[in-house]
Design a protein around this ligand. Structure first.
Ligand code: PLP
Length: 405
């Protein structure tokens, strides 16, 4: 059976060039980067290089990066670190309704500890409005955390505009304790990410969304920003994250970042072309579909579609049996079948929210892969709809409408 992986927003396959770069650091080059001897220095040199490579991907300085275990830890360090170190200046945080659970969870936890959180809406297009951020600002706001691109619908958020707003608050109103964090885990490697152009103070990255292994990530922290470390007891990462660095994983992250930077224009063009071909194919073959999220302001690799009259879970399993891997909007992985908060935030009804599927392409997805999915998807949808009394009823209704009196 042919296998097609269209779940690259969940994780990406590791690039063979990345594997090759990291292998020596699993075998002969095993030193601890804090050791003074030859082995330690060899590891240190590799780590420094990885730091330069990841920094270059986002136009940061290498010493502005804290290496850690992934996007979740980066979001934890950013939000808790800023909240705790600024507690005496204010305890209000602004975020959006469509953040990743790593941001949502940290904000919820801070709320229980006495912080106040404003969660901004995203309207039907899945995009936060900078004007809403401005309206939500209070004298005690210390942090705005809005993701750069969403993981379920791919919409790109106006972080540039929010960054300009923060700059204006600082320069015109003399606010010293207002920081902007953005979760760029999905965006990196799929669009240009430039910390200066964005005007953000903190930015989260994860290696495994960039064709490197799981377990590595980085938090960009602008020079002027102080934050309370969440892991203490060691001098690593300039005292911002204690613990021996995973040199092999970080070497892999560095290599993947360098490749992503080098190949970014071709990757974007490839992803967009195949994704658009996929969407045209679905439109031609499947009725009663609704796209979720703005179709212009979104990442090039992702398509989120609701199929009326069916459960996304059923379609996912059906596709999986035919070798096609996708994911649903419902948080099945977390053990609940509640529709995803992201799709709900778009104002979708329950039926559309439950029938949503995320197709996310990767740099190695081929035209043949898309052709195969376009062959099996319409059949799978048709089979499931045949079992749906609501669909049968709607078909009967449509037949009546078109039958001449
Ligand atoms: C937007 C976003 N933020 C954070 C994360 C968490 O990253 P990690 O899996 O590296 O912990 C993910 C992973 O799905 C994500 O999509």
């Amino acid at each position: 059976m042919r296998r097609v992986y269209l779940d690259n927003s969940a994780t990406t396959p590791v690039d063979p060039r990345v594997v090759e770069a990291m292998l020596p650091y699993l075998t002969e080059k095993f030193g601890n980067a804090s050791s003074v001897h030859f082995y330690g220095q060899e590891a240190r040199v590799a780590l420094d290089r990885a730091r330069r490579e990841v920094a270059a991907l986002i136009n940061a300085r290498p010493n502005e990066l804290v290496f850690l275990s992934g996007g979740t830890e980066a979001n934890n360090l950013a939000i808790r670190g800023i909240a705790e170190s600024n507690a005496e200046h204010g305890r209000h945080i602004i975020t959006s309704q469509i953040e990743h659970s790593a941001v949502r969870g940290v904000c919820d936890a801070l709320e229980k500890r006495g912080w106040e959180v404003t969660r901004l809406p995203v309207y039907t297009d899945g995009i936060v409005r900078a004007a809403d951020v401005r309206a939500a600002l209070r004298p005690d706001t210390v942090l705005i955390t809005v993701m750069l691109a969403n993981n379920e619908i791919g919409t790109i958020q106006p972080v540039v505009e929010i960054g300009a707003l923060v700059r204006e608050e600082r320069e015109a109103r003399g606010r010293k304790y207002l920081w902007l964090h953005t979760d760029a885990v999905q965006a990196a490697g799929r669009m240009t990410v430039d910390v200066d152009a964005l005007g953000c103070d903190l930015l989260s990255l994860s290696a495994h969304k960039l064709n490197a292994p799981k377990g590595a990530g980085a938090l960009y922290v602008r020079r002027s920003v102080r934050l309370t470390p969440q892991s203490i007891g060691g001098h690593q990462e300039r005292e911002r994250r204690a613990g021996t660095e995973s040199v092999p994983l970080l070497v892999a992250f560095g290599c993947a970042a360098a490749l992503a930077r080098e190949e970014l224009p071709q990757r974007i063009e490839h992803l967009r072309r195949l994704r658009d071909e996929f969407e045209r194919g679905v439109e031609a073959r499947v009725s009663d579909i609704v796209y979720n999220g703005d179709r212009e302001r979104r990442l090039p690799h992702l398509s989120n579609i609701s199929f009326r009259f069916i459960e996304g879970e059923g379609l996912l399993i059906n596709l999986d049996m035919q070798g096609v891997a996708v994911s649903t909007g419902s948080a099945c992985s977390s053990g609940s079948l509640e529709p995803s908060p992201v799709i709900r935030a778009l104002g979708r009804d329950d039926e559309l929210a439950r029938g949503s599927i995320r197709f996310s392409l990767g740099k190695d997805t081929t035209a043949e892969d898309i052709a195969y999915v376009l062959e099996v998807l319409p059949r799978a949808v048709e089979n499931l709809r045949r079992l749906s009394p609501l669909y049968q009823k709607s078909l009967a209704g449509r037949a009546c409408e078109t039958t001449p009196a």
